[in-house]
Design a protein around this ligand. Structure first.
Ligand code: FAD
Ligand code: AMP
Length: 479
């Protein structure tokens, strides 16, 4: 094998592996370096997303929801069940099987597209050279015309709750419990904390979520966040905002967590397991030689411009390791953009339209600006909302919680944002994302013919509601 490539990608998460595949499709001689090893010590692709992130968490969310449904939610349909049991090791093993299928799928795609897969740790040296140290410690230096850094992120650790992987775990450990913790503490009411808290709540844990901020889901539209909080609380998640964890002490098989409540009083709670989900940080350990020429920003992200170009010529960076939301699809699109740019195309990426989903039940999903952001910008806007409680398909499915909210510019009527808490919100919000990408007005969306009966009709009705035209709800604003 020649040691010179057109493109070397470091990291094979959704940002890196997608970049590598697209570069190879465009005829570039491409290699992808990955240091991840599975439980058997073998190198695997897929990064956080496939191994310990998006996919395993959704596998457990789906399994735990099916259990909850079979146990508690079917009587309304006239179905009675008894003695419904869950086998936690089987649930976790199913998750592992899906991981294997998908990581194997990336390896197969690499092969089919002619991407050279290198296992080991990649370090960027000066002049686009990449040193790869394999699992046996052998070092090889490769050269490339372009290098794409896609080293991802890792969970943030906090000294007040150090992970011991026994009682105190991070998101990775929380995917591996072998039985149901009776009392489960979660630090951080972000996306990951709520998803993992939901998994274990559904299979029987008493879950307390401690969140330092006083607002819940501060980055989401607050009308939707309030509704989501109400629904999740009803499900049994004990969400406590304004509660900052200040210490923890593992005593035998349990952990005593100390936190300051909203009045500044010290409180204590005892848990059998504690999940620390206080965010993720960019991962750049062992990635950059001192003379690589790549700069980090003040928060530790690799500094890039809008096109994901670093300040070292021919070196690019994509995904969680650069600014922007830490979302798999954001990194993948950056990967495509960079590969196409390297191949001479003029691809750009629209950072304003990136959907964001919390996979609780029901799901919470958003695209574009929140009402709070629009208000703060001073733009005049109109809002349309539509509740699932009056949507026929939602009633048929007994999934009537939540609403669709669409916000449009008051003068141009262009859709500025869509926010949904409700059944299949992840897929519904994508419909508005597509409309937004085509520059749709709320009126355009409202004029599209939607099949009946569908959950999607709630999207159409919310769009109609922007101008007070919703048919199946009483409009606040009449026209
Ligand atoms: P990563 O996926 O972190 O991959 C980086 C890869 O680079 C890793 O495999 C790492 O081993 C490798 N690497 C790092 N340094 C080197 C080196 N020097 N040499 C070789 N290899 C190296 N996002 C969503 O969009 N939807 C979700 O539903 C979702 N759910 C999540 C649930 C959980 C529990 C977690 C933890 C995250 C979730 N995310 C979700 C976030 C998502 O996983 C990340 O945004 C995404 O994985 C980032 O992709 P990436 O390619 O930038 O980095
Ligand atoms: P996210 O960044 O979306 O994963 O969310 C992480 C959440 O953890 C944020 O909402 C933080 O406010 C919260 N958080 C961080 N440190 C603490 C702490 N010591 N106690 C409670 N919550 C915390």
């Amino acid at each position: 094998m020649s040691d010179k490539f057109d493109v070397i990608v470091v990291g094979s998460g959704p940002a890196g592996y997608v970049a590598a595949i697209r570069a190879a499709q465009l005829g570039l001689k491409t290699a992808c370096v990955e240091k991840w090893r599975n439980k058997d010590g073998q190198g695997v692709n897929g990064g956080t997303c496939l191994n310990v992130g998006c996919i395993p968490s959704k596998a457990l969310l789906d399994s735990s929801y099916k259990y909850h449904e079979a146990k508690d939610d079917l009587t309304v349909h006239g179905i009675s069940t008894s003695d419904v049991k869950i086998d936690i090791p089987a649930m976790v093993a199913r998750k592992d099987k899906i991981i294997n299928q998908l990581t194997g799928g990336v390896a197969a795609l690499f092969k089919a597209n002619g991407v050279t897969s290198l296992f080991g740790t990649g370090k960027l040296l000066a002049n686009r050279k990449v040193e790869v140290t394999d699992f046996e410690g052998k070092t090889t230096v490769y050269e490339a015309d372009n290098v794409i850094l896609a080293s991802g992120s890792s969970p943030i650790n906090i000294p007040v709750a150090p992970v011991d992987n026994k009682i105190i775990v991070n998101s990775t450990g929380a995917l591996e419990f072998t039985d149901v913790p009776k009392r489960l503490g979660v630090i951080g009411a972000g996306v990951i904390g709520l998803e993992l808290g939901s998994v274990w709540n559904r299979v029987g844990s008493q879950v307390v979520v401690l969140e330092a901020l006083d607002s819940f889901l501060a980055i989401m539209d607050q009308q939707i966040a309030k509704e989501a909080r109400k629904i999740l609380t009803k499900q049994g998640l004990d969400i406590r905002t304004s509660c900052r964890v200040t210490g923890s002490e593992v005593k035998g098989e349990e952990v005593v967590v100390t936190f300051l409540d909203k009045d500044g009083n010290e409180q204590k709670e005892t848990f059998d397991k504690l999940i620390v989900c206080v965010g993720r940080r960019p991962f750049t350990e062992d990635l950059l030689a001192a003379d690589s020429g790549v700069n980090l920003d003040e928060r530790g992200f690799i500094y890039v411009n809008d096109l994901c170009s670093t300040n070292a010529p021919g070196v690019w960076a994509v995904g969680d390791v650069v600014r922007g939301p830490m979302l798999a699809h954001k990194g993948s699109e950056e990967g495509v953009m960079v590969a196409e740019r390297i191949a001479g195309q003029k691809t750009v990426m629209n950072y304003d339209i990136i959907p964001n989903v919390i996979y609780t039940h029901p799901e919470v999903a958003a695209v574009g600006k929140t009402e709070e952001q629009i208000k703060a910008s001073g733009e005049a806007y109109n809002v349309g909302t539509f509740p699932f409680s009056v949507n026929g398909r939602a009633m048929a499915a007994n999934e009537t919680q939540g609403l669709v909210k669409i916000i449009a510019h008051a003068e141009t009527d262009r859709i500025l944002g869509a926010h949904i808490v409700g059944p299949n919100a992840a897929d519904l919000v994508q419909q508005v994302a597509i409309a937004m990408e085509f520059g749709s007005s709320a009126e355009d969306l409202g004029m599209i013919i939607f099949g009946h009966p569908t959950l999607s009709e709630a999207v159409k009705e919310a769009a109609l509601g922007v101008h007070g035209h919703a048919i199946h709800a009483v409009n606040k604003k009449k026209r």
